[in-house]
Design a protein around this ligand. Structure first.
Ligand code: FAD
Length: 391
């Protein structure tokens, strides 16, 4: 027996595995899955150029599925289209994944962000300045899945993330905050691995895609700590979304498509004011326990710096599609950290926080990715048990 269902309280959280599996399967996953298909949530603004500050010579991954299909013009929401410049489109551009609607729209327009202020995120290192490097990507046609990116380049990033920026804490570590950073990154790493296993290129010649449960088992399921960390990260991000409920409820989800925008708004409301969720797991993570001791402010600065470094490392990911999802998910985590810890260091008063449109998109797409991984872990734990039993 190599794997089993996980039960009991999730370490450092306020809910157990069974409750999370049930509320995720019944309520959260269906809502999030639908939400991320709406126009507001499926376009992500990103700089995909490789501006790696650490290893500038790093090569790009060559496998075709590493490439990102950018937004075809006809799909782009109207408010994003102001100053649209056809000359910027390459008519004969063929998406590297071979999809037909692959012409690249690199138009960036501040008008698309009306109603949303430009704000700095103290946890991340993203440069949101509009220029030719900035583009909008349709996340729906660029799913996070197996790309073939591996070897020294991928290993170097994960090594730098863990050894330099969030070392695994020793058993008995008393600083909860140091544990939190490690667990968030490890949980995200588990989620990425689960998605690689969920959509794997089984046969390159015939382009046959499918599940690779052995990979999910080898990389995640058989490690109780990696599974715990995935659930922890999910609950941490979920808590941030619940904490920002009022803000998210009153935000403007405008893509000039009334019907779809009303749907985005309604789904967000159903998510953030969900009575079933509030009854089952009212406080998924208790952020009030952190940064309390004498060393709190100093610790916060150190951890903020480490998270910023991790954010910069995403520019060194040598595969475009991995970089897209790496940047999105680190921005999502940075946004969760900003929501949970948007406290003025000196006065210790809560500041009214502002979120940038891209932060909201990243936050909810991250939550959806984590929710899907949690669902897959829950389902595959059984499946792998059965495979092993029948061998
Ligand atoms: P890796 O996943 O590279 O792990 C390296 C080491 O980290 C392991 O040996 C282990 O010691 C440790 N480790 C592994 N998992 C955990 C965990 N959950 N918690 C703590 N420690 C852990 N590849 C794709 O195919 N598609 C993608 O979308 C994709 N996105 C990526 C995004 C980023 C930001 C990065 C850095 C890489 C991405 N990759 C992606 C590559 C992928 O993550 C692996 O690096 C690659 O598949 C090689 O896997 P591996 O078996 O060598 O182990």
């Amino acid at each position: 027996k190599v794997s089993q269902k996980y039960t009991g309280i999730i370490e450092d959280c306020c809910c157990d595995f069974e409750t999370v599996d049930s509320i995720n399967g019944e309520v959260l996953h269906p809502l999030l899955k639908e939400l991320v298909t709406t126009p507001f949530f499926r376009y992500f603004k990103v700089k995909l150029g490789c501006h790696c500050p650490f290893w500038p010579e790093d090569g790009m991954c060559r496998l075709r599925d590493c490439s990102v299909c950018e937004c075809p013009e006809n799909e782009f929401p109207e408010p994003f289209k102001k100053n649209f410049h056809p000359a910027l489109l390459s008519t004969d551009f063929m998406c590297q994944e071979g999809k037909s609607q692959a012409s690249v729209d690199r138009t960036v327009d501040n008008g698309a962000f009306r109603g949303w202020v430009e704000t700095d995120n103290p946890w991340t290192n993203d440069d949101e300045t509009d220029n030719d490097d900035m583009t909008y990507v349709n996340l729906q046609i660029n799913p996070e899945r197996y790309t073939g990116y591996s070897g020294p380049s991928a290993r170097r990033i994960w090594d730098a993330v863990y050894t330099e920026n969030c070392p695994k804490y020793p058993a008995g570590e008393i600083f909860q905050e140091k544990k939190v950073l490690y667990k968030l990154i490890s949980g995200l790493h588990s989620s990425i691995s689960i998605h690689i296993g969920a959509e794997y290129l089984l046969h390159e010649v015939t382009n046959q895609w499918g599940e690779n449960p052995e990979l999910m088992n080898d990389r995640v399921l058989r490690y109780p700590d990696r599974v715990q960390n995935l659930y922890f990260t999910f609950l941490f991000v979920l808590r941030s979304v619940m904490k920002a409920a009022n803000y998210l409820e009153h935000a403007e989800y405008n893509t000039d498509n009334n019907k779809e925008d009303m749907k985005s708004h309604s789904l967000v409301k159903q998510l953030v004011h969900n009575s079933k969720l509030q009854a089952a797991c009212p406080l998924p993570f208790d952020e009030a326990k952190l940064w309390q001791g004498q060393s709190g402010p100093e610790l916060k600065q150190t951890i903020q710096m480490q998270f910023k470094n991790i954010s910069s490392l995403m520019d060194c990911v040598g595969c475009e599609k991995c970089r897209l999802w790496g940047k999105l998910q680190i921005l999502g985590l940075g946004t969760a950290l900003k929501i949970l810890f948007s406290v003025d260091d000196k006065s210790n008063r809560s500041e009214p926080f502002q979120l940038h449109r891209n932060e909201v998109i990243a936050l909810l797409n991250l939550l959806n990715r984590l929710s899907e991984s949690v669902k897959l872990v829950h389902e595959k734990a059984d499946m792998i048990e059965n495979i092993v039993h029948t061998v």
